[in-house]
Ligand binder design. Structure first.
Ligand SMILES: Cc1cc2nc3c(=O)[nH]c(=O)nc-3n(C[C@H](O)[C@H](O)[C@H](O)COP(=O)(O)O)c2cc1C
Length: 442
């Protein structure tokens, strides 16, 4: 089948939905009120559309905060409800895809199917759902602890099947709205779901505005064995945190091999590693921006967050600055297995100092690159051409400055090399990503 836009990279923007993006929120010029001023997000998204991004993606979690002192220095709180924010953005933007996160552990499939379908209609076919099993948060949902990893993924598979089943429960053209005949809908085009599974019993059909995309786009990011299996089966946009090209190539090859077992090929998915860029017109300017970021980074907070996110079992903020990091035996986490193994392997191999962690990774464990537009596009192009990535999920290191730098400096270089469209060619997110319609017969 033809895949429009395949010669181009997929370009996603990662935003936190919290007061700020990036780790150095105290740096001058940073917006620190995006949690109370919707206009900030409206402006970011308009900027991203100028940069021809396929999608804006909102991270989300709903973790308990047992010790408020632990979040006193970091804008982890407060965070917008993702789909409410996206609904507002749907009417203040025109082209960009709107991908929100909702967990399969703390939601009901009917509610998510309805919410995402509503966003799809509201945005004219630009909705996507990032399927996560959640890194934690059971304590907020009647659970004493987080659900077991394997159980979470088993539930996730069935959850997604129910959601897609509900989206398919009303065939296109079902709503006749025919004043003449008095027929509102064609009952032959309505298929109740009657799902009876291990975790869910859902009758259907879905009571929601008909979607514009046959199905909204499914994003996924799990990278443990179980996570990759889910990504391979249902993921269309797949986020990863690979930090070197060889690992990126291995990851992509493995997901594609797993996907083949479900009759899916590279045409069906777009794998996007995270990238946190510092861009300058000259190398010196880029370095200066990076050093400013380092100056304003709360290093202890960043190392604490990094250690906890990667489940290192030690708090690197307490690690001596002059000794290479040496990790003892580490118990496998029930939370974020993939990030744990990625980071632990890197530390064991490189024996870095804590300063290396701070210079190489964001708090969330994504790769930092510093350089001119040309150097950054060289990096992007190399990953793309060698099969390590289908594109990137850009994790802005500041807002609005980092977003503007990328759009004004990197995007023109991407376009000059024909790695990025100069205009939106599709109407829907699915079209702009060059993804086939999953509901169409093969
Ligand atoms: C770019 C990126 C974004 C993610 N966003 C979220 C998120 O918003 N919420 C969440 O709970 N997990 C998020 N994750 C984590 C995964 O979705 C997954 O739930 C977690 O990694 C546990 O699965 P695993 O053990 O297979 O990695 C993200 C991961 C990546 C790489």
């Amino acid at each position: 089948m033809s895949t429009p836009g395949r010669q181009h990279i997929a370009l996603g923007a990662y935003l936190t939905g919290s007061a700020t993006n990036g780790d150095a929120w105290r740096a001058p010029g940073e917006d620190i009120d995006a949690d109370i001023d919707f206009g900030r997000y409206r402006d970011y998204v308009q900027l991203l559309e100028r940069g021809r991004f396929d999608s804006v993606f909102f991270y989300d979690n709903v973790l308990p905060v047992p010790d408020p002192a632990a979040v006193a220095d970091t804008p982890a709180l407060p965070r917008w409800d993702t789909f409410t924010l996206l609904a507002a953005l749907a009417v203040t933007s025109r082209h960009i895809g709107l991908i929100g996160t909702a967990s399969t552990t703390f939601n009901e499939p009917y509610n998510i199917a309805r919410r995402v379908a509503s966003l799809d209609r509201l945005s004219g076919g630009r909705a996507g759902w990032n399927v996560v099993t959640a890194t934690g948060g059971g304590e907020n949902f009647n659970l004493a602890a987080h659900t077991d990893h394997a159980e979470r993924y088993a539930r996730a598979h069935e959850f997604v099947d129910v959601v897609t089943g509900l989206w398919d429960s009303i065939a296109p053209g079902a709503y006749l709205r025919d004043r003449e005949t008095g027929r509102w809908l064609d009952p032959a085009k309505v298929r109740p779901l009657n799902h009876q599974g291990r975790f869910y019993q859902v009758a259907g059909p879905l009571n929601a505005p008909p979607t514009v995309q046959a199905r909204p786009v499914l994003a996924q990011a799990g990278a443990s064995g179980a996570g990759k299996e889910l990504a391979a089966r249902i993921g269309e946009v797949i986020y990863t945190a690979e930090y070197d090209q060889a690992a990126g190539r291995d990851y992509r090859a493995e997901v594609l091999a797993r996907a083949a077992r479900y009759g899916r090929t590279a045409d069906h998915l777009r794998i996007l590693p995270g990238l946190a860029p510092f861009v300058g017109r000259s190398e010196a300017e880029a370095r200066e921006k990076f050093e400013t970021y380092q100056r304003y980074l709360d290093k202890d907070e960043c190392l604490r967050g990094f250690s906890s996110y990667a489940s290192l079992g030690v708090d690197l903020s307490a690690w001596p600055e002059d000794r290479p990091i040496d990790l003892g035996p580490i118990a496998e986490t029930n939370s974020h297995k993939s990030r744990q193994s990625l980071i632990v392997n890197w530390i064991r191999r490189e024996r870095p100092f804590v300063r290396d962690v701070l210079r190489r990774f964001t708090r969330g464990g994504h790769r930092i690159v510093v350089g001119t537009p040309r150097a950054i596009v060289d990096d992007i192009e190399d990953w793309f051409r060698t099969g390590a990535a289908d594109g990137f999920n850009i994790m802005f290191t500041s807002s609005p400055g980092g977003i503007r730098d990328f759009v004004d400096l990197v995007v023109p270089e991407l376009q000059r090399r024909d790695l990025l469209r100069t205009d939106y060619t599709g109407r829907t997110l699915r079209e702009n990503l060059g993804l086939p319609d999953p509901a169409a017969p093969a």
